[in-house]
Design a protein around this ligand. Sequence first.
Ligand code: DI6
Ligand code: FE
Length: 393
Amino acid sequence: MAPERGRYGAIEDGALGAADGRIAWVGSRAELPAAPEHLARTVIDAGGRWLTPGLIDPHTHLVFAGDRLADFERRVAGESYAAATRGGRGIKHTVALTRAASDDELARAAARRLEIMIAAGTTTVEIKSGYGLELEAELRMLRVARALGRSSGITVRTTFLGAHVVPPEFTDRRAEYVALVCETMLPRVAADRLADAVDVFCDTIAFSPDETARVFDAARKLGLPVKLHADQIDDTGAAALAARYGALSADHLERTSENGVRALAASGTVAVLLPGAFYALRETVPPPVAALRAHGVPIALATDCNPGTSPILTMTTALNLACVLFGLTPEEALAGATCNAARALGLDDRGVLRAGMRCDLALWDVDSPAELSYWLGASPCAGVVVAGVPRRR
Ligand code: DI6
Ligand code: FE
């Protein structure tokens, strides 16, 4: 994925050396200064497979309890996501189950999902809170996510999404809930160092741009970077709002206008596209990919793994859906799961195979990199390396 190397930044018949968890050398095998056995203590023959940066999933709601099968059955019969949300099901259903679950139940269910992601090539994942929507339950979700990072060994970046929806007990007191998020939850999350960023669901069924700005102001005071669920259901000007706050990323963007795209370009905010949600909700208006390209906005991809709108675990699924449904090229899709996904998380030490970068790798049983976007329903991942160490399954 190093642009100076041409298509995919690919190196044919390559070799890669690692030391202390970082890439020490990468290039073509013919350029190695000596035989591999003389250069390294451990030599692994990858058998002619393709090696990519470990995939990076920059938007998930991986920690949750239960499922949303009832929503699913209604939706395939024609009900909209907004109708489910207004009906007190939707996100609120998962909130009720998550609040009632034990830490252990939450951790075990999320760990099972995470193992599937890792087996399919993911070595960095972002996990949001947002199914607690009260102080203790939100802290618990973030602690479970942090603990998953320690137990799995891969990098977990956590995001506080206290402003996901207005919880049922605050239905008639929205302003009070926003104040609770800004004045109580956020300071505590920051003091306990439980979040690497702050997110808001800014849309007609969730929070308004004004409410979002209040949360962003509070995050800014605490020195936390922001990102935004923007313009998924309607264009509320959310992308431009994210840009105004210098957000790391603006995610979804199905309804974003050209003005919104221009604002993202000016602020260097990454567009995170979520084709899994588009697919599962049977949406018909895709994000403005041509405009994103024309204005030079970096495009990343994510699973948006969540029980309601994107029950999708593997990044290769997101790659395929992004190509088929949004018209990304396979090369754009892979950049979206590596270098641009790293940027969406504010990480500059991964996403490209280059000396000095963290040695997170995925090994693939494919004949060309485009094949990573080609298959649906089977992962060609042959294994991952995390910080220089091959991971055992
Ligand atoms: N947008 C999403 O994609 C998820 N949250 C959000 O704000 C959906 C979460 C859910 O429906 O449970
Ligand atoms: Fe989401």
